[in-house]
Design a protein around this ligand. Structure first.
Ligand code: HEC
Ligand code: HEC
Length: 419
């Protein structure tokens, strides 16, 4: 069932075909989109008729009047919780901090900030430069380039499903998304600015100033910038891949429907089985799945709804280089943490090559080869990393499982116009 607001908005869009700015958001049937489409974007879109896609992320393409109208739209400041996609069992309401609820107006402000290069010192780099929705929310580079083309030592992770993360960054050094979001702005080789400088710049732009005032009750500040971007990021969620459909149906594969089963139960079983049938993985992927949970023991670490244990392990990545990155050790100072990095999610992994914290694995087959040979020897190697003795067919099946069965729905987000 689609929320009525979404349906109404869809019909409205059909009669306004040039209004493409927010169309993608409406394709999702989540409550998130229902609220966005019910309120803000109808107003936003009505005055969009003269703008083209070249306006995206360009300063001055979103007028003050439009911003005012969005802020005044019904529901703009009403808190909402994104709908959990299939495969995600955590209730999102339980992981959204009480002091930073999502509202359509706040998420919209965060969206603008996320794509705005004015948050970097020389106005050349935005969050989206390194975490691009077109590239699985990464940059598809081994290591990222910040302002003046400077390169860091680590690969940009995806920002999908970060609301499920117990910590942020490869080494877990940021506890919250609020804390994480302001980090890159002040990082000399990323955006090279200060958060105070960024806040000051935003306050000189009337369209931003009014949004901060109406959303947070004050001028832009490092705290409010962090909160708005974190709220936006919490709306980017992924699920409903073939593996999720498989797991939803798994308990019922061998169960016969009995005559005296409750109708509700019957409907649930049928829905799960039909879903799996409509999204069935290939036989090769299913063999890969068995290896993943069995012989190849990937699920020792890549486990649970986001396919990560949220813990830190040393796989020896980078230990064939002269000065390996010590990862988690730099945060904790604990010897056993040397060279350990947080287990990344494997959702949508096909979209985010190259792999590992240093981008040293070009393909998923390279990753599998790394595990097959038992990682790279070093004094801190995880005892879970041992030679796997996979056959060439088994390696290919594992890759097929990851590519085919772990790619799922992602909240569609359009590049915004900016004040
Ligand atoms: C120059 C490229 C670059 C820019 C610009 C950038 N990031 Fe990142 N981002 C990275 C890299 C590289 C990492 C991993 C760093 C680490 O773990 O030490 C990262 C990590 C993250 C993480 C942690 C993800 C995880 O799995 O723990 C989030 C969230 C994130 N960035 C969001 C943002 C936001 C929001 C902005 C804008 C304010 C931004 N990034 C700007 C490159 C960039
Ligand atoms: C001991 C825990 C552990 C086991 C077992 C494990 N992984 Fe990992 N995986 C990690 C960690 C930690 C990283 C990041 C390592 C780094 O960059 O230094 C990682 C990285 C990856 C990446 C790259 C992700 C990215 O975003 O760059 C892929 C793909 C992957 N693992 C797949 C697998 C597969 C397939 C298996 C089974 C053959 C497996 N993993 C077994 C912990 C584990």
């Amino acid at each position: 069932m689609q929320p009525r607001a979404t349906l109404r908005y869809k019909r409205w869009l059909e009669s306004n075909p040039r209004c493409s700015d927010e169309v993608a958001i409406v394709k999702s049937t989540s409550a998130f989109s229902a609220i966005l489409s019910a309120g803000l974007f109808i107003v936003a879109c009505q005055s969009l008729v003269s703008s083209s896609s070249d306006d995206r992320a360009q300063p001055g393409t979103l007028s003050f009047d439009e911003i005012e109208a969005r802020l005044a739209a019904p529901g703009a400041h009403v808190a909402f919780v994104p709908t959990e996609p299939l495969g995600i069992s955590t209730r999102f309401a339980s992981v959204i901090p009480l002091d930073n609820p999502l509202t359509p107006a706040k998420v919209e402000l965060g969206r603008q900030l996320y794509f705005d290069k004015r948050l970097s010192l020389d106005q050349t780099v935005s969050c989206a430069t390194c975490h691009d929705p077109q590239k699985g929310w990464t940059d598809n580079l081994p290591v990222s380039s910040g302002i003046k083309g400077q390169k860091g030592g680590r690969s940009a992770p995806t920002v999908i499903n970060r609301l499920l993360g117990k910590s942020q960054f490869w080494d877990g050094r940021a506890a919250t998304l609020e804390e994480q979001a302001v980090g890159p702005i002040g990082n000399p080789i990323e955006m090279g600015f200060t958060t105070e400088g960024a806040a000051q710049r935003l306050n000189s732009i009337p369209g931003y100033r009014v949004q901060f005032e109406r959303v947070f009750g004050g001028a832009a500040s490092p705290e409010f910038i962090g909160k708005a971007i974190a709220a936006f990021e919490r709306g980017i969620v992924s699920g409903a891949n073939k593996n999720d459909y498989y797991e939803a149906a798994l308990p019922y594969f061998d169960r016969e429907i009995e005559a005296d089963d409750e109708p509700e139960f019957k409907a649930k079983v049928e829905k799960a089985l039909d879903g799996e049938k409509a999204h069935r993985m290939s036989e090769a992927a299913e063999r890969g799945r068995a290896l993943y949970f069995g012989k190849a023991s990937c699920s020792l670490c890549h486990v649970g709804e986001d396919l990560t244990d949220e813990l830190f392990h040393n796989l020896g990545v980078g230990f064939d280089q002269p000065k390996p990155d010590l990862g988690r050790f730099d945060k904790t100072g604990i010897e056993a943490d040397k060279g350990a990095f947080r287990t990344p999610t494997l959702r949508n992994i096909a979209l985010t090559a190259p792999y590992m914290h240093d981008g040293s694995a070009k393909t998923l087959m390279d990753v599998v080869e790394h595990y097959d040979k038992g990682g790279i020897a070093n004094p801190w190697l995880s005892n879970k990393i041992v030679p796997l003795k996979l056959t060439p067919e088994e390696k290919q099946d594992l890759v097929t499982f990851m590519e085919e069965a772990l790619t799922g729905s992602i909240t569609p987000v359009e590049v915004p116009r900016l004040p």
